[in-house]
Design a protein around this ligand. Structure first.
Ligand code: 4NP
Length: 159
């Protein structure tokens, strides 16, 4: 059965679409597209229906990742049934998710960044009020974390 992974940030226009794009690229390269269901969402509602932030799309594009087709959506109650892993970009996202999580949900909520394996790096900082370098850093962080995440999930699947 496919492993279902949801990446979550605040607006779903910068960090989580980047993480989704990075993870999709990794599973495509590894020939694992049929083994994973991948999506992203935001805890906030401000950007519902919008395309990714142009600066995030440009940073992804520089790494050969096209996130332009993504449209922002908000986290919804069904996500806690429909996903096995719900991975938050920062502590606020994680706290919001844990507040929303129904008691019966078997979804595992966690921070994304610790999968990179560097204990000093806990979060993907919000690049929204930053510049191009911050969006570049978002891609790098997502790459490190998603590589570790995929390795951990593959190990958990016993492959
Ligand atoms: P994201 O970035 O959570 O990485 O998508 C943000 C996008 C929008 C806002 C904040 C962060 N905002 O305040 O509108």
């Amino acid at each position: 059965m496919a492993v279902r992974v949801l990446f979550v940030c605040l607006g779903n226009i910068c960090r989580s679409p980047t993480a989704e794009g990075v993870f999709r690229a990794l599973i495509r390269e590894a020939g694992l597209e049929d083994e994973y269901v991948v999506d992203s969402a935001g805890t906030g509602s401000w950007h519902i229906g919008q395309s990714p932030d142009a600066r995030a799309a440009a940073a992804c594009s520089r790494h050969g990742i096209d996130i332009s087709a993504h449209r922002a959506r908000q986290v919804r109650a069904e996500d806690f049934e429909n996903f096995d892993w719900i991975l938050a970009c920062d502590e606020e996202n994680l706290a919001d998710l844990n507040r929303m999580k129904p008691a019966a949900s078997r979804a595992r909520t966690a921070l994304l960044m610790p999968f990179a394996g560097n204990p000093a790096d806990r979060v993907v900082p919000d690049p929204y009020y930053g510049g191009a370098a911050d969006f570049e850093s978002t891609v790098h962080r997502a790459q490190h974390a998603c590589r570790g995440l995929l390795a951990a999930l593959q190990k958990a699947r016993g492959v």
